[in-house]
Design a protein around this ligand. Structure first.
Ligand SMILES: [Zn+2]
Length: 302
């Protein structure tokens, strides 16, 4: 059994996963076939074809080899992992090393991604990486910058002046090469991964996503220096951040595992207005209700 799972639905955004700092972070959007980070590769991740890795810290990335290997054993086509450029070769090395230990190198698609360069997953959906503020220092002292991701639905909307035209009239205009539609982007869910505050919070596809998964690692008053040192957010940062965001729902992730949720919620109430509190919650508050019908033999009901 892995860490406890949370589940949250808002409109057409359905999220499932677990997020505690130092322990595990992965969030799956099953209907979008997308996941953010790998965590320890719990079962809920294995059916997702497209996994976006924010950075290489162990609590976000530990299950990479297991994810690919389990998909091989359950006869699922190889998964796709999208990772910051500097992590792609080390991840390939990791899989090769596992082959020396385990005897199998699972098939894997590993793609480098960069801030601002869309990954087209469907004709009507892209994932847009963005730079966050969480530099990860490697052993050789070089750093790799972490990424956040926004899943954006793309629609073609017909211009007002053509809205009343009949089918054949539209066909005729298209034949003449007239542009009758414009591209409309609807950001569904954005994920910051780990980060301190930064300009990325001004991006329309972050601050305007229907649901924002925003990190908030620390809440204790004397942990502000830890937040700054580790490039994380402290609950006291949120009072300046949240009122500027337009998200319908904001889910706080990556809370320190030593902090009880009740304490965190009490600290949050001190920072935000009543109207903001209505749209902000900790992701792990939304504990997943286990459905008895899918309980497996030998698993306890809780
Ligand atoms: Zn981190």
């Amino acid at each position: 059994m892995g860490a406890p799972l949370a589940e949250f639905t808002h409109g057409n955004v359905h999220l499932l996963g677990s997020s505690l700092a130092g322990e595990e972070t992965f969030i799956v959007a099953p209907e979008l076939n997308v996941a953010f980070d790998v965590g320890r590769a719990q079962r809920e991740l294995l059916g997702v074809d497209h996994v976006f890795l924010s950075h290489g810290h162990m609590d976000h990335a530990a299950g990479i080899a297991y994810y690919f290997s389990q998909r091989m054993f359950i006869d699922t086509p190889p998964g796709h992992l999208y990772a910051p450029v500097g992590l792609v070769e080390p991840i390939r090395d990791l899989l090769r090393l596992w082959a020396q230990i385990d005897g199998h190198e699972p098939p894997a698609h590993i793609h480098p991604v960069e801030a601002g360069v869309d990954v087209q997953l469907r004709r009507d959906m892209v994932v847009r990486p963005f730079a966050v503020n969480h530099p990860c220092r490697r052993q050789d002292r070089s750093t790799i910058d972490a990424l956040g991701f926004s899943v954006i639905e793309v629609r073609q909307k017909i211009f007002e002046e053509y809205a009343q035209l009949t089918g054949p009239q539209i066909v005729e205009l298209k034949r003449q090469g007239v542009q009758i539609t414009r591209r409309v982007e609807i950001p569904l869910v954005a994920y910051t991964g780990d980060t301190a505050a930064g300009d990325f919070l001004e991006l329309p596809y972050v601050r305007g996503a229907k649901v924002l998964l925003l990190e908030c690692t620390f809440v204790e008053p004397d942990h502000m220096d830890r937040a700054r040192a580790g490039a994380h957010l402290h609950v006291r940062d949120l009072g300046a951040i949240i009122p500027r965001l337009e998200n319908e729902k904001i889910l706080l992730i990556h809370l320190s595992r030593r902090t009880p949720l009740a304490t965190a919620k009490a600290m949050l109430r001190r920072e935000l207005s009543a109207s903001d509190l209505e749209r902000v919650s900790f992701f792990m508050e939304h504990r997943r209700r286990r459905r008895p019908a899918i309980a497996e033999p030998g698993e306890s009901p809780e």
